[in-house]
Ligand binder design. Structure first.
Ligand code: NIG
Ligand code: FE
Length: 435
């Protein structure tokens, strides 16, 4: 039993009453597939609304006065746990579809070096970067890693996140990658939200395989992927496809192995340099992430696919970059764009989806509505969880966030403070005293 288990209460039935603005994110015209173009602006806002959840699922969504007229609600009112939202905003819980939460320490030396002018790649070449997070993870127990991750999940939920994709990637040998995935499973069990585990054995090539990248790729394909799949510890395999990490050819090999073992695939691509996307798209890749460096041709191919383009402006912000991913071009071309924190100790130490929305608006010129769609329903598509997550509809999981604002645009407007009052995860409430 986790020490904070008492923070979560499972009401049999939960009524969110007197919602000022409810963003349902229901598909505007019953269209299938992730949101593209103008549809990203369609949130379906219901004023003066109510949501009834029973046994972890949403049962109905209506105007408040209709909820009060419902015979079941009327006769069970005393037994229903009721949250009076007092005219504030409720939306689907955020889906943070790209995080690296299994690490032990912040990378403060890298932070200071960057402030003095060194780049992410220069720091990595000088012995910092991803490789410098390995030693502590290899030494740590599974329990220590799970505790750190659980703490991150709790902080994420405090800011409205209810579903988290979590990558391994700081162990980089078979034993420590599996230990990291087991830590993810352990933390997930203690948290009422939903966690999607991803094997990122191909994050960088560890020191002991220096100049033997292909041998390391063999280890990922022959040991890590089969073991993670067999033990059901990962749903996806991810690759950092980049100069200084893994080539396109190596990525292909890893994708082939992952698909053979029943894992979905996703990749970090175009963060520091361009990699053509066509080969990756042939693998029915669920999501390609970062995409700072893309050509018109890449954008066209993305728009024609079901692949979600997950943008992570926290990394650009924290690395002090002047440029951000070309969100406007991507959206206007019809690409299904999602947003995520990329929570990690090197390039994006933030758990805050509201801050990501703020950066999406101010630095990538996304509208607040586009940013909300990207952080909920499209992120759910990027994890292939669109049938359960990302919108407020009967039958979907009861994953909700209540914000102390009257207009949803304020979620992206107030930055550097937490306006989330309460999060509901699979019908369980995490109530924060700070509200
Ligand atoms: O998404 N680019 C690769 N992975 C992370 C950074 C991880 C780290 O620096 O520790 C990213 O930015
Ligand atoms: Fe990442």
């Amino acid at each position: 039993m986790s020490s904070s288990a008492d923070k979560y209460q499972r009401p049999r039935a939960l009524l969110l009453a007197n919602i000022g603005q409810l963003l349902t994110l229901r598909s505007p015209s019953g269209k299938q597939g992730p949101r593209r173009g103008g549809d990203l602006n369609e949130l379906e806002v219901i004023e003066d609304a109510a949501i009834l959840c029973v046994a972890g699922k949403i049962v109905f969504v209506s105007k408040m006065r209709e909820a009060l007229r419902d015979p079941w609600v009327a006769s069970n009112r005393k037994k229903i746990d009721e949250v009076d939202c007092r005219g504030r905003v409720v939306l689907p819980g955020f889906v943070d579809s790209h995080t690296h939460p299994v690490f032990m320490q912040p990378r403060l030396v890298d932070f200071e070096k960057r402030i003095s002018g060194a780049s992410y790649e220069q720091i990595a070449e000088a012995g910092g970067g991803i490789r410098s997070s390995l030693k502590a993870v290899r030494r740590a127990t599974r329990r220590q890693l799970a505790d750190g991750m659980f703490d991150a999940l709790r902080r994420m939920a405090e800011q409205g996140t209810t579903t988290v994709e979590a990558k391994s990637g700081y162990g980089l040998n078979a034993e420590s990658e599996l230990k990291s995935l087991q830590a993810i499973a352990e933390a997930a069990k203690r948290w009422p939200g939903t966690v999607v585990p991803t094997l990122l054995g191909a994050h960088v090539i560890p020191q002991e395989f220096e100049d033997q990248g292909d041998e390391y790729v063999d280890l990922v394909c022959r040991e890590m992927i089969p073991a993670a799949a067999k033990k059901k510890l990962a749903r996806f395999a991810d690759v950092f496809t980049e100069r200084g990490a893994f080539s396109l050819e190596q990525t292909e090999k890893i994708f082939v192995a992952a698909r053979q073992h029943g894992l979905g695939v996703r990749a970090h691509v175009g963060q520091l340099s361009r990699t053509p996307l066509s080969i990756l798209l042939r693998f029915k890749v669920a999501s390609l992430d970062h995409l700072d460096h893309v050509t018109e041709d890449d954008i066209r191919q993305l728009a024609q696919s079901d692949c979600v383009a997950t943008l992570v402006p926290g990394a650009n912000y924290f690395l002090g970059l002047a440029d951000f991913a070309p969100a406007r071009k991507l959206i206007d071309a019809g690409v299904a764009v999602a947003l995520a924190t990329d929570y990690n100790p090197g390039s994006s130490p933030t758990v805050s989806m509201p801050f990501v929305l703020s950066m999406a608006c101010t630095r990538m010129r996304m509208s607040p509505a586009e940013a909300v769609s990207a952080a909920t329903i499209n992120a759910a598509w990027g994890l292939r969880l669109q049938d359960r997550k990302g919108s407020v509809e009967p039958g979907k999981d009861a994953d909700l966030a209540l914000f102390d604002v009257r207009d949803y645009r304020e979620i992206a407007y107030w930055f550097g403070e937490n306006r989330c009052l309460e999060t509901v995860m699979n019908g369980l409430r995490q109530t924060e005293a700070s509200g």
